[in-house]
Write a protein that binds this ligand. Structure first.
Ligand code: PNS
Length: 163
């Protein structure tokens, strides 16, 4: 049984994340999407909200499960018997940080490998930060996130325009 983890903040999940999840799920027996519960970060959505959104948006994928974790990713991976970490690379700007994390994680636990998937070109610019910035000004986020989630994101900013 090959279990992988796709970790992230997912605050909120974007179409880019969902594309990565769909493609990653085809490579492994089970994919756990791990939502980082980081109390130090000022998140827009609670961990429960992020987990629910991910569950809703991946319910059609039989081998995808959603979880959350605190602390080190390698410890979480070990606790759920995941031997693969999957991360997306959008552009060269992601590379240095991702390489550093992957190498550190491998140093700590040599049984866990990180695999990078390049994001689709249409999502190369996309991030949760961009979605929040757009939404906070009432901008159109319909190309960035599933339509079922857009209203929930606008609501966080009190934007009623696109609801
Ligand atoms: O979506 P993000 O914010 O880019 O995801 C970053 C994440 C969650 C993968 C990374 O911050 C992480 O793994 N955090 C848990 C703590 C940890 O293990 N850090 C890496 C040690 S160098």
């Amino acid at each position: 049984m090959r279990r992988a983890i796709y970790p992230g903040s997912f605050d909120p999940v974007t179409n880019g994340h969902l594309d990565m999840i769909g493609r990653s799920a085809k490579l492994v027996d089970e994919l756990v999407v791990g939502v980082l519960n980081n109390s130090a970060k000022n998140a827009l959505f609670s961990v429960d909200e992020r987990v629910s959104m991910l569950e809703e948006m991946t319910s059609h994928l039989e081998n995808v499960k959603i979880g959350s974790f605190r602390g080190l990713l390698v410890d979480y991976a070990k606790s759920i018997s995941a031997t693969i970490i999957i991360r997306g690379l959008r552009a060269v700007t992601d590379f240095e940080y991702e390489l550093q994390i992957a190498q550190t994680n491998h140093e700590v636990d040599t049984d866990i490998e990180t695999i990078f998937l390049t994001t689709r070109l249409e999502y190369a610019y996309l991030s949760s930060t961009i979605v929040k910035e757009f939404a906070s000004y009432g901008g159109d986020i319909s190309h960035f996130v599933p339509e079922q989630l857009a209203g929930r994101i606008y609501a966080k900013y009190g934007v009623k325009k696109y609801e």
